[in-house]
Ligand binder design. Structure first.
Ligand code: AHR
Length: 528
């Protein structure tokens, strides 16, 4: 199969917000306990944070982590999780039918974020609670001193405020499964009043209102219009969620599902514009896609299991997906979609980060390993920062149940003008034909290959395990060349590709030479 791609450094979608490579951690299963926190683990520090996990999180360069839920947050009392650990109450978590020991709470998680080099995005409970508890948590986190809540933080051992900038106003409030589920009007009102109070404390906070839990929700997209009707002027983002499934075990259909994601973003963008115009508003609202991932391997079994629990276990294994090679291609396409929609999507969080629906898996007391999906996330997070470019792709398409006219090639391109690099992320979907790719690089006066990295396996269902952690991982590909302003590559069927070039923008010729780059991926592959 042949494919032609055209791009130009001046045809920009916009600057990519680094936070599209964010993640999510909920008090769910073993995400927190035996995930990030396991006192007594051989790699744990004196706060109980597992060092092996922190190393992998730093490797991913995660810019922001959303916490503490998720469904969990909608019946969570944040006050239970602060103060002396031996005085913290054990509570029932209605979302996952488990017992929450509250050993990890706001102070511990904020400390973990500092250790991981990531920003904290906090969700407040607008399900079972409301404005006042949100206001108290904000003061606890962000006020310097001299008030009840800020002095309590100081008494609990943290003098400096955390200065959390990014706040979610509840979680999935459109979902009937949510504790405190609301109609769009009810939620829009409480979101607006909470936002007003929080911005009265600090007008510079960034606030996220709940959009739809999925584009299949019966209330979508009226939910977005009705919620924004109440709170448009006081919020900065609308949160969207989407999980991808392949119950029917249909490869091409599964690979078409990111097209639904793209339409979802496009529709919500239209609703945002509509409400903005209706209200004659000056402010912009962007999308925070703060839950997304493949989630189906463990889901039905887990649902049947945890809904029957009457012993309310502490941190049981739950939603522990074993990701395979096929999932790499979908995760890659989702990340490509966020890059291409950089004008709308400013935050996105892979859900989740450790053990629960996650790219990192731990053994209690033992090893940690990288799931297959760790790698497309790693490559996009490391090399997908800069300007998102429009890409014109000329390639055959296919029709499936999920969508029609699905291109066999999914391409996103990122130009980093500071580093003078161009990164192309390409999912080659064809099940058995290689793709002979030609990219027109005439928008750059010079271009030189740095590296072509590929993730590929003959078996779509191949997984990584603690015993065999390297079954699916990046490899270097040879044979890709740049000649006379064109890149020529042969992409293997069913492959995830990152092609990185050193580039010199037109107009800079004469005062900037194309740099010599070392292949980062070669070093990474050698070290891991
Ligand atoms: O991420 C797992 C769950 O999925 C979250 O708790 C909820 O927000 C969503 O339905």
């Amino acid at each position: 199969m042949k494919a032609r791609v055209a791009l130009h450094k001046d045809f920009r979608v916009g600057r990519i917000d680094d936070r599209i490579y964010g993640a999510f951690l909920e008090h769910l299963g073993r995400a927190i306990y035996t995930g990030i926190y396991e006192p007594g683990h051989p790699t744990a520090d004196d706060r109980g944070f597992r060092g092996d996990v922190l190393d992998l999180v730093r490797e991913l360069r995660v810019p922001v982590v959303r916490y503490p839920g998720g469904n969990f947050v909608s019946a969570y009392n944040w006050e239970d999780g602060v103060g002396p650990k031996d005085q913290r109450p054990v509570r029932l978590d209605y979302a996952w039918r488990t017992r929450e020991t509250n050993e990890v709470g706001t102070d511990e998680f904020a400390a973990w974020c500092e250790a991981a080099g990531t920003e904290l995005m906090l969700a407040v409970n607008l399900g079972s609670r409301g404005l006042d508890e949100a206001r108290a948590l904000l003061e606890y986190c962000n006020h310097s001193s001299g008030s009840y809540w800020s002095d309590l933080r100081i008494k609990n051992g943290r003098r400096e405020p955390y200065n959390v900038r990014l706040w979610c106003l509840g979680n999935e409030m459109d979902g009937p499964w949510q504790v405190g589920h609301k109609t769009a009007y009810e939620y829009g009102r409480i979101a607006n009043e909470t936002a007003k109070a929080m911005k009265a404390f600090d007008a510079g906070l960034e606030l996220v209102a709940c959009g739809s839990s999925h584009s299949f929700m019966p209330t979508f997209p009226q939910w977005e219009a009705d919620v924004l009707d109440q709170c448009y002027e006081n919020v900065d983002y609308l949160s969207l969620h989407m999980y991808f499934e392949n119950y029917e075990d249909d490869y091409l259909n599964f690979l078409a599902k990111p097209v639904i994601l793209d339409r979802y973003i496009q529709t919500v963008g239209g609703v945002i514009d509509f409400v903005k115009a209706k209200k004659r508003a000056k402010n912009d609202v962007h999308i925070s896609f703060d839950e997304w991932n493949v989630w189906y391997h463990s889901r039905r079994e887990d649902n049947a299991r945890f809904k029957g629990w009457d012993d309310w276990p502490v941190a049981p294994p739950l939603t522990e997906e074993a990701y395979n090679f096929e999932d790499v291609l979908v995760v890659g396409s989702v990340l490509n979609t966020f890059i291409r929609r950089a004008d709308r999507v400013r935050i996105a969080c892979i859900a989740q980060l450790i053990n629960a629906i996650a790219p990192i898996t731990t053994e209690p007391g033992g090893r940690v390993f990288r799931q297959t999906t760790f790698y497309p996330y790693l490559l996009a997070s490391r090399y997908g920062r800069g300007e998102s470019l429009h890409v014109v792709v000329d390639v055959p398409c296919y029709d499936t149940e999920a969508a029609d006219d699905v291109p066999y090639l999914d391409v996103a391109a990122v130009h980093d003008p500071a580093a003078n690099t161009l990164s192309m992320f390409i999912v080659a979907k064809h099940p058995d034909e290689p793709t002979h790719l030609s990219v027109d690089l005439s928008g750059f006066s010079e271009a030189k290959m740095i590296e072509h990295t590929v993730i590929r396996h003959n078996d779509l269902k191949a997984v990584n395990t603690a015993d065999n952690p390297g079954v699916v991982k990046p490899q270097l590909e040879s044979g890709t060349v740049v000649e006379q302003g064109r890149l020529a590559a042969t992409l293997k069927p069913r492959s995830y590709n990152l092609v990185r070039l050193a580039v010199c923008p037109l107009g800079d010729r004469g005062n900037a030479a194309v740099g010599d780059f070392i292949s980062d991926t070669a070093i990474y592959i050698r070290q891991n």
